[in-house]
Write a protein that binds this ligand. Sequence first.
Ligand SMILES: [Mg+2]
Length: 226
Amino acid sequence: MTMKTNPAIKECQHFLVDIDGTITDYREGATATDKLLHGNFLFPIIRDMMMEKGWKKDVAEQEIRKLADKVVFWDYPDFIAEFELSAKEAFHRMRQWHRDNLIIYHETVKLVKSLANEGKKLFIMSNNPYTGCMFKLQVAGLADNDFSSPYFCRIFGTNILRGCKGVPDVWQRAIAQIPAELSDICVIGDNPYEDGDIPRQCGINHSIIIPRKTIAPGALVLGTEQ
Ligand SMILES: [Mg+2]
């Protein structure tokens, strides 16, 4: 059964769509440990921009870590503001990082566009903060460079929902922002636990899980209803 012929696609009007592993993925080696700072792939860009303004490397890294720990549900603009960096330049470099390091699952992009064209209401449900979601959607052609999207009503990122999708409360906070019955909501994702089991615990019975690990990136994607 393809995703497009899945009964939930017809029955539901509201879709919560995952990004990582569903719409985009990282190229091999893109998130290798030695390229990360505090476990994050964009913090090195923040650090480099700080160093260009005269910060010492170790102090810059320490301050980034400190802010990430202090603002638990941070987004990248928190760092741009705190360290008085150019948003234009930071966004330019971050966008370029995504262009260089992401692959796109074109079948999911097509599905998103066709659902939106049918008038379905789409929401992003992701473990990225808002601007992180937007960079990925921009690369996939699903958002504009000004951080708006013609395809998604809302972007539920970690800083919006205050947490990641492995926590039922986070799903409850998303559900509380969607004016629909639970039976009218469907999740599209690649993680059977985070995109299937946890939302099901919260009453969302429709999940389409893409078995991504077994399929080559870019291949025709098949979906199974959980
Ligand atoms: Mg995922």
